[in-house]
Ligand binder design. Structure first.
Ligand SMILES: [Zn+2]
Length: 453
């Protein structure tokens, strides 16, 4: 590939870098942050006239107007980014096809090696680096500048770029192996490749989910066993009470990159584990942490990882069938002018990515609804396991730092991969209303007076 091809995007990146490094301390965020300690409002205390709706409103009223405005603006900006990401990707792939760059990258690969497998790998390296550079200005804005503007990022530009390069390296290796293997299948089985391709991709996905907690996540963060008994005792006790064979709770130093509080279940089989991030441990009350752990245990007990894998498997089969249909039609129409020699020619890759990006974009609300449904189930499990509805409300407010609290129903259906904060607080308060006898000794005082660490 000619160096000239890389020149324009590289200049764009270099122009963006100093802008990005200056972006971090421009905005004073102190007036628009979510309250760190959330108290139980009078309306949410047990009483003969407890009303879940009024309790929800009282919790929401604790959010300062400026904090809500900031979180709404951040989250709504994300709707537009979905569109910009889609457009930038589609235009990048079209440029590679229309200007014959894809064909030139293939020609270069063919000159270097006579083995098709190696040619596909060489093509992949050029393709991934070039599309990464074309998408870099938007990626820097989205992943760095904007995150700093809203006070959600903690990294300076150098370490952030380092993480991006690591991710690129993982993509070069794992993506390259998958792409070369898929093209090997396409050339061997030209009539049924979409079925075998889907099967291989599903297997690849399962292996990736399994190895990621052990081999991929530690490239970016330090994951350690949590050894503070004040936190681990109630969590492990809750795990035993729910029949979960957990001996350890893991902690990840997410504060290296972000101020966001979160936790997750990751892995598959023996690598499955529950991990809390250090922002949650530092800022969450014990009640909140227990509710979050109850939620994560819900994902585990309700087999959400397996269900997700099954769901993605079905989607993969559908996407591969659509891909075959789309590739056949597009190649018949434009294949010759793009100098692509059929479906087994690796130069077809930008077209395949363009079609998958299009399907994925249209598929967003369905994917979000699948995830959101699991999240709602985990919320309800978490409430039953932890019995901490006020911890749940507090958690929802903290997560409101990067999620709009009260969307409309259609907005929630399209864009939310978790129930909205308002819905989560209402569900918690409704649960409390049904279990008021558990809270008879609750006094009008903060549920968290001091931070846990
Ligand atoms: Zn969850």
């Amino acid at each position: 590939m000619k160096i000239r091809v890389l020149f324009v995007p590289l200049v764009l990146v270099l122009l963006c870098a100093p802008l990005a490094t200056r972006a971090q301390d421009k905005v004073d965020l102190s007036q628009s942050q979510m309250p760190s300690v959330v108290t139980v409002p009078t309306e949410a205390l047990p009483s003969g006239h407890f009303d879940a709706e009024a309790a929800t409103k009282a919790y929401l009223a604790q959010i300062p107007v400026a904090a809500r405005a900031r979180s709404d603006a951040y989250f709504e900006g994300g709707y537009w980014l979905l569109l910009w990401d889609f457009l930038v990707a589609v235009i990048s792939y079209w440029i590679l096809l229309h200007f014959g760059i894809s064909a030139k990258m293939r020609d270069f690969a063919v000159r270097i090696s006579r083995f098709a497998f190696v040619q596909d790998l060489i093509y992949w390296v050029q393709f991934l680096i070039l599309t990464t550079l074309l998408g870099a200005p938007l990626n820097i804005y989205e992943g760095y500048t904007r995150e700093h503007k809203y006070g959600l990022a903690t990294q300076t530009f150098g370490p952030w770029l380092g993480d991006q390069l690591k991710a690129l390296l993982v993509g070069l290796i794992l993506g390259g192996l998958l792409v070369a293997f898929l093209f090997w299948i396409v050339r061997r089985l030209p009539n049924t490749w979409h079925i075998w391709g889907a099967i291989v991709t599903i297997c690849f996905n399962i292996v990736f989910v399994m190895i990621a907690p052990v081999f991929i996540f530690p490239l970016f963060n330090k994951i350690t066993r949590l050894d503070d008994p004040k936190i681990t005792q109630p969590i492990l006790s809750m795990a035993r009470a729910n029949g979960i064979p957990a001996h350890d709770v893991f902690q990840i130093d997410a504060s290296k990159q972000t101020t966001r509080m979160s936790a997750n279940v990751s892995g598959f089989g023996k690598t499955m584990r529950i991990t809390l991030n250090d922002n949650l441990l530092r800022r969450g009350s014990p009640e909140e942490i227990q509710e979050v752990m109850g939620h994560e245990m819900g994902h585990y007990v309700l087999h959400h990882i397996y269900k997700d894998i099954l769901f993605i498997a079905v989607v993969t089969v559908v996407f591969f069938s659509l891909l075959r249909w789309g590739l056949d039609r597009c190649l018949a129409r434009w294949g010759r002018s793009w100098r692509i020699n059929g479906i087994g020619d690796v130069a077809v890759l930008p077209l395949a990515f363009l079609l998958v990006t299009l399907f994925g974009f249209l598929f967003t609300p369905i994917q979000n609804t699948e995830t959101r449904t699991n999240e709602l189930e985990a919320d309800m499990y978490g409430l039953n396991a932890s019995r901490q509805p006020d911890g749940a409300a507090q958690g929802a407010i903290h997560l409101g730092e990067y999620r709009k609290m009260s969307p409309g129903p259609v907005e929630e259906w399209i864009f939310y991969d978790h129930p909205s904060g308002r819905r989560r607080i209402y569900n918690a308060m409704r649960w409390k209303a049904e279990n008021l006898q558990l809270f008879q000794d609750q006094l009008p005082r903060p549920i968290a007076t001091e931070q846990t660490k």
